[in-house]
Write a protein that binds this ligand. Structure first.
Ligand code: UDP
Ligand code: MG
Length: 314
């Protein structure tokens, strides 16, 4: 019998876990021709998440969990989920029931038809602010305009991946991760399924705008080097202006036979060029930082215990 691993990253989700377990197991119980594993990644929660997961496993042996040694972030939790998954396919789902488990049978149906990456696309986003919707739309637009790889719009991490995709992603162990673009980057046969995204059932979002902006910047810089090209494009008009201005000043001096007077203008121009240089250095710094982080080649995460057994890290 084929096995499917449901991967659930959870960070301070004590209020939602039981609700999720109830709804998820109800769905899974109805699908009899597959074996299931519910793999929770406890991303260093400070609440009762750990204890609840232990209880769930005692009750139901389909449940397994990985406790991180601290909070590493959702992207890393998803990576750990793929490392520990034992299934022939995995399904990523949020712990807060914003992704309806009832959609899983449909995801499986398309997997059986031969698709490797069945992703759930949001038809609507209930309970999200206008600003969040707008920023996310703009982000997709920018990301797409920077790359030739097709990015799925209005798609989160809720999706089913065949083991082939999982193995591909297991090989991509960079530390500044943006799964969204990685899912696109690996390719394979993709299929879209529409759904309505519900508001969170309980608890509060673990995201804030800083995290979102960080994710957006990581997404763009890890995916494409086109921001580096901005500096090239910017430098062309800069040097043109410089050249034209010098010609203008020299000709003016010769024709009117006066010494250069425009020291104020020169100060302004200096400021402008300093500004440009700082901007360019900033862009280079962005990439330098990435190289620095990748060359450290650290493990992406450490696991405290797997199903209650302490990991020795050897
Ligand atoms: N999450 C995580 N680590 C974090 C932040 C979030 O594992 O550092 C999990 C969280 O428990 C939830 C999922 O990622 O299952 C999505 O988080 P959230 O609902 O807070 O994000 P939103 O839906 O608002 O984008
Ligand atoms: Mg959520």
């Amino acid at each position: 019998m084929k096995k499917i691993t449901i991967i659930i990253p959870a960070y301070n989700e004590e209020e939602t876990l039981e609700k999720l377990y109830d709804r998820l197991s109800k769905v899974l119980n109805e699908i009899t021709n597959y074996e299931f594993e519910m793999l929770f990644i406890n991303d260093g929660s400070k609440d009762k998440t750990k204890e609840i997961l232990k209880e769930l496993r005692e009750k139901d042996n389909r449940v397994s969990y990985v406790n991180f040694s601290r909070n590493f972030g959702k992207e890393t939790a998803m990576m750990a989920g793929m490392d520990y998954a034992k299934g022939d396919a995995v399904v990523f789902i949020d712990a807060d029931l914003q992704d309806p488990p009832e959609l899983i049978p449909e995801l499986i149906k398309y997997w059986e038809q031969g698709y490797d990456d069945v992703y759930a696309k949001r038809r609507s986003r209930k309970g999200e602010t206008f600003i969040k919707k707008f920023t996310s739309k703009m982000y997709y637009k920018i990301l797409q305009s920077l790359t030739r790889v097709e990015i799925q719009k209005d798609t989160g991490d809720f999706r089913l991946l065949d083991i082939r995709c999982v193995n591909a992603l297991r090989k991509m162990r960079e530390s500044q991760r943006c799964s969204k673009s990685m899912f696109s980057w690996i390719g394979y046969n993709k299929k879209e399924v529409l759904f309505d995204r519900d508001p969170r059932v309980a608890g509060t979002t673990k995201w804030n705008y800083k995290k979102l902006v960080d994710l957006a910047i990581d997404g763009i810089t890890s995916f494409t080097t086109s921001p580096l090209r901005i500096s090239t494009y910017l430098s062309i008009p800069t040097f043109l202006t410089l050249f034209i201005y010098f010609i203008y000043v020299i000709i003016k001096c010769i024709v009117q036979d006066v010494p250069m007077q425009a020291f104020q203008a020169i100060i302004l121009i200096c400021l402008f060029f300093f500004g440009t240089i700082i901007l360019l250095i900033g862009i280079i710094g962005e990439y330098l930082g990435r190289i620095f982080n990748e060359t450290k080649n650290r493990p992406l995460y450490f696991v405290d215990d797997y199903n209650g057994e302490k990991e020795r890290n050897d």
